[in-house]
Ligand binder design. Structure first.
Ligand code: DGL
Length: 272
């Protein structure tokens, strides 16, 4: 079998994509991984589609300079806006986070009622509900924008006992409970950190982590396409950001609950 030592590129609008990145790292310890977090332009989830597509293209162009063998778009909002575009434009496999979580939700639901929690931009595109209904037209789907989750998590507030977290989860999960969803897709990079609080507010539902599901898919695509790294050593990890390195390292250690595994460099993403 061929040994493909080229790195995998991963991008997100900021630090949130580290949740999916961490899963990828755990599943593929021998692969070299390059993460770009667009920390200078986050959030994407409050912006319009054209701007998000422009940013996603620049993020992908930057990573293509490393000769990557696969691009993993860890950001739900970037996938909503630009997954199809980048899949058409790039000569390598491009994996997003929407389809695998949807497939899993379809298998998981017993009552056919699925809720999606996501940014306002992702909800506006109905990408999850369109894909779910293409799989199973009988499904009932509720898309719930959760505008304040990202800033709250970025401020390090995601403990389920935190009063702010409780107020927000009650507000956003009330319609989900009324709808009777038995399955909830966490359709944003930041929401896995809120999983205990979300589970507390909707105890009857099963939660599906879109980044984790997608990471499993990336591993299977590598194997299927003969792109695995078999060199037998632990892969290297590098991070790039478009704003302060220190802020990224601090926030990342909150997200990952451990320090970063490799060097961080700042770049000017507007050049790409
Ligand atoms: N990474 C984004 C997502 O998964 C959340 C943060 C943002 O709005 O940029 O949708």
């Amino acid at each position: 079998m061929a040994n493909d030592t080229r790195p995998i590129g991963v991008f997100d609008s900021g630090i949130g994509g580290l949740t999916g990145f961490q899963k990828l790292r755990a599943l593929l310890p021998e692969e070299d991984l390059i993460y770009f977090g667009d920390t200078g332009r986050v959030p994407y989830g409050t912006r319009g589609r054209d701007i998000i597509t422009k940013y996603a293209r620049q993020d992908a162009n930057f990573l293509m300079h490393f000769g990557i063998k696969l691009l993993f778009i860890a950001c739900n909002t970037a996938c909503y806006a630009a997954l199809d575009t980048l899949q058409n434009e790039l000569p390598i496999p491009v994996c997003g986070v929407i389809e695998d979580a949807s497939l899993r939700a379809c298998k998981q639901t017993k009552n056919g009622r699925i809720a999606i929690l996501a940014t306002a931009a992702t909800v506006s595109g109905h990408v999850y509900s369109d894909f779910l209904k293409s799989l199973r037209p009988d499904l009932q789907v509720l898309e719930q924008p959760c505008r304040l989750f990202v800033p709250v998590v970025e401020a390090g507030r995601f403990d389920k006992t935190d009063p702010i977290v409780q107020i927000l989860t009650q507000e956003y999960l009330a319609p989900v409970r009324a709808f009777g969803a038995d399955t909830i897709i966490l359709g944003c990079t930041h929401y896995p950190l809120l999983a205990p609080a979300i589970a507390q507010a909707a105890p009857e539902a099963v939660l599906i982590d879109s980044g984790a599901e997608a990471a499993i898919h990336v591993a299977s695509i590598l194997a299927e396409k003969g792109l695995c790294n078999f060199s037998g050593h632990k892969g290297h990890v590098r991070y790039y950001v478009s704003d302060s390195i220190e802020n990224f390292a601090d926030s990342a250690s909150i997200f990952l609950r451990r320090p970063l595994e490799g060097p961080v460099e700042r770049i000017d993403i507007e050049k790409f």
